[in-house]
Design a protein around this ligand. Sequence first.
Ligand SMILES: Cc1cc2nc3c(=O)[nH]c(=O)nc-3n(C[C@H](O)[C@H](O)[C@H](O)COP(=O)(O)OP(=O)(O)OC[C@H]3O[C@@H](n4cnc5c(N)ncnc54)[C@H](O)[C@@H]3O)c2cc1C
Length: 449
Amino acid sequence: MINRKRSQRRLLLKAGVASIFAPRIVFANTPTNPEVVIIGAGIAGLEAAKTLHAEGISFVVLEASNRIGGRVHTDNDIFGVPFDMHAHWVNYPTANPLIKYGKDNGFDIYRDPRVSKSFVGSREATEEESRDQDKTYKLFNRKIKASAYSVRGDDDNARTALGEDFFKLPWGYTVAANQGVWSMAQNSKDYSPTDWWNSEGGGQHFCREGYGALVAHYGQDVPVSLGTWVTEVDWSGEGVKVITSAGTIKAKAAILTVSVGVLANNRIKFTPELPVEKQEAIDGIDMAVMNYIGLQFTDDVFGYGADVYVDQQQHDENGVGYMANMSGTNLVYSYVGGDQAKALENESMDVSIAYSLDGMKSMLGNDIEKKFVKGYATTTGKISFWDGAYSTARPGKQPMRAVLRQTLAEKLFFSGEACSPSRWASVDGGLNAGKNSATDASRYIKSLG
Ligand SMILES: Cc1cc2nc3c(=O)[nH]c(=O)nc-3n(C[C@H](O)[C@H](O)[C@H](O)COP(=O)(O)OP(=O)(O)OC[C@H]3O[C@@H](n4cnc5c(N)ncnc54)[C@H](O)[C@@H]3O)c2cc1C
């Protein structure tokens, strides 16, 4: 989740209804000798395919997993209601075409009501305490902004930028958790304030049927070769050769939309090896870990109504953030990020569920367990198709994003959320990056005559 300011964060679709109204894009059959190979069928790959189709450029999309959507996926089976296992907050309404697409296609997209509640131990924060918390958010913003615009330009880590006195404030850790581990998916010591400050977003919406359901609908007509692992990209000589679990494809260009985590872990071999500066960029833009823990109850245990953010005063960065009663389904959506997320995903799922449930009990009392139905925890750092949740620049490495998105030899296009110029770590950023890369690829193919 990406939530950059306090109070400004993140049913089953009748599929038949939505698809009746869907504009159908009619793609030609998948070509065997495409002009462009698109690697990955997350939102960036899907948007790249749509863009190339509109440009009249032939392509194939290769996807290692057995579904489209990548890091945005809605599950309806675990809880019997839509559960966005990963991306959930529909960001940036002024420039996110998925909002209009969803509304036009029968999805219930509504504004985040932006209500939040805080606890101090087992009681709600007083008005005075809430005002104090608001001041701490403002202080956080001032300090991060000052660091981002530092004339020294040395881009300290966020912990240094905030200063140790910040963490001694009553709400210091709570604000750092909301803005850091539950947003950047990194502890304060591990992310660049410049990266935090420069990412665009805001004005979030929710999709009642799930953000993943919306993206799956958006990409439903794109032909994708599922279950096809790319193991090597040979960009020596003319064009590119893409070696996959199902054989080799030759093309004039390739668009890579895999996560920066997949690149960092060398899951794809490049021949020749990537240049040193590209490798430095891959290492400088870290794949942060964020996990969601869904907790289903028999009713709205917090009693606040739908989609209300709840946090408890924190004393370190290891806590859990909550969104109560997601879309009115009695599902509490909780999130852990950074070091704590990495530690929990090394344990069993039951440990993560108990950890989150204990946090709720410490606010609401042990009796809520009687209303607990079941839980589910994700482990994004363990998914080899991604190797984490989303990109964040390491301290001092923010400029590496520009290097990461540079095209190699005019024909190897780097795309996906980490390559978005200003909306990294988001679905709309991935879409935007996919469109940009495909536009560039189309221009290149057309220049070949
Ligand atoms: C826990 C979590 C919470 C998030 N919260 C939000 C949110 O609330 N709002 C928001 O806007 N964004 C959020 N995001 C970020 C958002 O989901 C991503 O930025 C976006 O979905 C990335 O899209 P992409 O196409 O760039 O990459 P991906 O979705 O990762 O697509 C790349 C695809 O490449 C495939 N692939 C990988 N390796 C290979 C290979 N070797 N061969 C072939 N295919 C391969 C993968 O399977 C994947 O499908 C969240 C992400 C996570 C994980």
